[in-house]
Design a protein around this ligand. Structure first.
Ligand code: NAP
Ligand code: F7E
Length: 352
């Protein structure tokens, strides 16, 4: 039987790496788009080349979704059965500083891929997956959020991603392209970027414990997120494209925790006992109650720092994934505690 061909924009990222593994195991030929960078940055997918079976079906191409001729040529040359658009400037905090670039990549990048499909795939055989996000709900009151909730993004990232959500729907309805959105809530893993809160907290606290850093600086501790495991969430991305009709799906765990819950869980798992105190200016800090590793009693282990607060914040995200459970038979199995356990275990190994 002829192998299916997938094209992944964003293969070097967290999700791209898990999705590539999943598709290769399902016997796809996977083309991955990587950007030209001054240092090699394929660490998340390098292990695939150690597997003799998987590596023969993985082909990397240089590309960038801000370059239409590149996007067009890739789609035209590869003629994939499935296209996954995971490429994005994905950091919400950074999007306030790089608002225009975020729009170029996260909005117009999607349009470029859809236009290439519209022009090239006259028979409408290609399927397109758009990496949409819970950030499009922003602080909308309709909690927990489902596919019918109102969109009220509060960051350049959320707003750029909302454009992509709608343009994907527009192209589906106007041109009969099989184009679907996965509205994914936060998902983490040992491969998570180091400047997202889960990985930053784990790396930072381990460094303090080992004496390589004095203190971990964080921003808003009160916001709540619905955190799942990236490995399970990429399975949902694939399932969305296997469904008989294109559609939009919320992918989440249905449970949420505050950033402070996350920090306290990491401290507990590393046996660091702390109490929280508050400065007169309202900023909080955590002090150790005993010696542990390189941490001394009364040492400040964590401190809030205004540098890590955002100009605007999404306060409370929780998803309702009942449509995905019913229609594409997807549900999460790994809970928050297990996710953090896995991330800590891997980070301890990395540290050694
Ligand atoms: P990630 O680790 O930041 O990966 C993003 C990928 O996009 C990387 O491969 C990156 O390449 C690539 N990229 C960035 N700008 C590009 C450009 N101009 N042209 C081509 N490629 C570009 O993000 P992730 O966590 O895997 O998330 C995957 C997608 O899902 C993103 O679109 C993100 O916005 C979205 N999403 C993520 C979450 C989450 O919680 N993780 C939730 C909802 C939606 P480099 O390696 O060269 O930087
Ligand atoms: O922040 C707070 C921060 O950067 C989570 C992306 O994958 O998920 C992700 O976006 C929370 C926020 O993720 C720090 O203010 C406190 O309230 O890990 P994060 P995010 O902004 O929720 C969505 C669904 C996406 O689509 C995005 O691509 O943690 N926070 N102190 C901090 N966050 C960071 N990064 N660093 C801090 O020091």
């Amino acid at each position: 039987m002829k192998k299916k061909i997938a094209l992944i924009f964003g293969i070097t990222g967290q999700d791209g790496s898990y999705l590539a593994e999943l598709l290769l195991r399902k016997n796809y030929v996977v083309y991955g788009v990587k950007r030209r960078t001054s240092l090699i940055h394929t660490t998340r997918i390098d292990h695939i080349y150690k597997d003799p079976h998987l590596k023969t079906n993985l082909i990397l191409k240089y590309g960038d979704v801000t370059d239409f001729s590149n996007v067009f040529n890739l789609v035209n040359e590869i003629k994939p059965n499935e296209i996954y658009n995971l490429a994005a400037q994905s950091n919400v905090g950074v999007s306030f500083e790089l608002a225009e670039y975020t729009a170029q990549t996260d909005s117009i990048g999607t349009l470029r891929i859809l236009e290439a499909i519209r022009i090239i795939d006259k028979k409408r055989k290609m399927k397109f997956y758009q990496a949409s996000t819970s950030e499009i709900f922003g602080n909308s009151p309709d909690k927990p959020y489902n596919e019918k909730s109102r969109f009220e993004p509060v960051s350049p990232y959320g707003t750029a991603k909302l454009y992509s959500f709608w343009i994907t729907k527009n192209y589906r309805e106007a041109y009969s392209i099989f184009a679907s959105n996965g509205i994914l809530f936060n998902h983490e893993s040992p491969r998570r970027g180091e400047n997202f809160i889960s990985r930053k907290t784990i790396i930072g606290i381990i460094k303090v414990l080992k004496g390589h850093q004095k203190c971990l600086y964080l921003g808003n501790l009160n916001s709540k997120r619905d955190w799942g495991h990236a490995k399970e969430f990429v399975l949902a991305q694939w399932k969305i494209l296997q469904h008989k009709t294109p559609d939009d799906f919320v992918i989440a765990t249905g449970k949420n925790y505050s950033v402070k819950d996350l920090v306290n869980l990491v401290l507990k798992k590393l046996n660091i006992k702390c109490i929280w105190k508050r400065h007169q200016n309202g900023l909080e800090y955590a002090i150790s109650m005993s010696d542990q590793g390189h941490i001394k009693k009364s040492q400040i282990v964590i401190k809030q720092d205004m540098r890590y607060f955002r100009p605007n914040e999404v306060h409370d995200l929780k998803g309702d994934y009942s449509k995905a459970r019913r229609v594409i038979k997807w549900k999460p199995k790994i809970n928050f505690d297990q996710l953090i356990d896995e991330m800590i275990t891997q980070e301890m190994k990395n540290y050694k």
